[in-house]
Write a protein that binds this ligand. Structure first.
Ligand code: 13P
Ligand code: SF4
Length: 311
């Protein structure tokens, strides 16, 4: 039914007509990154969503990110090209089990990674992103007992970095768990000068091989500032699009999975959003993100704390 429609032109028209802003995460298809008004990491996207004066936010990312936009900007219509764009970290942390975990540790505060449902945020004390977690933890008293959910790899890395002993929920990202230590060692042997840049959602054996560990925004900065001409990137490979746009003379190699190439490391949830679906969601203003008001008000408290403490 979409045959013959100039999707780019229609998206440009609808964006103006509906006073919409298009936000995209670095893991989105390059086609979506290129037409977004703003591309960023989870923290930057939350800040943009809180600050925009648009009437509609079309969120090219996964559902929890679009929910954050709605929680922070309830008067706006927030649409997601594909409502099935979830996240394995969110799936690994059902709200009722998380509530029971909290109840079992009443002397701990709950520091929760933004990659979770609105209902889990509603049970949390402070939300963090990978770019803000360390700074936020360092503002808490040394003897503060902390629960960290849902990413055990990010949590373990934060424990090592900050010298804390946070109790970790057993969740993980299916994308960052696919990198192969054996294949990465082979790639490093072929490119001995190339720094390895890794996201802290990677398991510890991959992080041990990294020269830089950080959120997507930090990885991108490091890649652009590094004097090296060839770099190895151990996170979702669509971020390489921004690197290539900004440093076309450099070579960026996606870290491999067990099959020796990086294409298996694409996030299947992020990949559900397409140009066609972005057009349809702007045209129809659906699927629309709805967060029940009682949950939204509770989830906003730990999100506002994040925005204050990360500032
Ligand atoms: P950041 O962009 O905050 O590093 O998040 C990475 C991620 O996995 C988002 O799903
Ligand atoms: Fe979730 Fe991992 Fe995909 Fe990010 S890359 S949305 S953490 S499954």
């Amino acid at each position: 039914a979409l045959d013959g429609i100039d999707l780019h032109a229609e998206i440009a028209r609808l964006r103006k007509e509906k006073n919409a802003v298009i936000l995209a995460h670095y893991y989105q298809d390059p086609v979506l990154q290129d037409l977004a008004d703003f591309v960023g990491d989870s923290l930057d996207l939350s800040r943009k969503a809180a600050a925009t004066d648009a009437d509609v936010i079309a969120f090219c990312g996964v559902r929890f990110m679009a929910e954050v936009a709605k929680i922070l900007s309830p008067q706006k219509i927030v649409v997601l090209p594909d409502m099935k764009a979830g996240c394995s970290l969110e799936d690994s942390c059902p709200p009722d089990e998380f509530g029971a975990f909290r109840a079992a540790h009443p002397d701990h505060i709950s520091l929760t990674y933004i990659n979770c449902s609105a209902a889990v945020k509603a049970h949390s004390d402070i939300i963090v992103t990978s770019s803000s977690a360390e700074r936020i933890i360092n503002q808490l008293p040394r003897d503060q007992k902390i629960l960290f959910a849902p990413d055990k790899h990010l949590g373990a890395w934060l424990n090592r970095k900050t010298g804390r002993d946070m109790l970790l929920w057993d969740g993980s990202c299916i994308v960052h768990e696919r990198f192969s230590v054996t294949e990465l060692l082979k790639l490093k042997a072929l490119n001995p000068a190339a720094p390895v840049l890794a996201h802290p959602e990677c398991p510890a054996p991959i992080l041990e091989l990294a020269d830089y560990i950080g959120a997507t925004s930090g990885i991108l900065d490091y890649a652009l500032k590094s004097p090296e001409q060839t770099l190895i990137v151990a996170t979702e490979p669509n971020i390489i699009h921004q690197m290539q746009l900004k440093a076309p003379h450099k070579t960026f190699i996606g870290a491999p999975g067990a099959d020796g190439n990086c294409s298996c490391n694409t996030c299947p949830f992020m990949a559900l959003n397409t140009l066609e679906k972005l057009y349809l969601c702007l045209r129809d203003l659906k699927p629309e993100i709805v967060v029940p008001e009682a949950i939204r008000l509770r989830a906003k408290v730990p999100l506002d704390r994040m925005l204050e403490m990360a500032a």
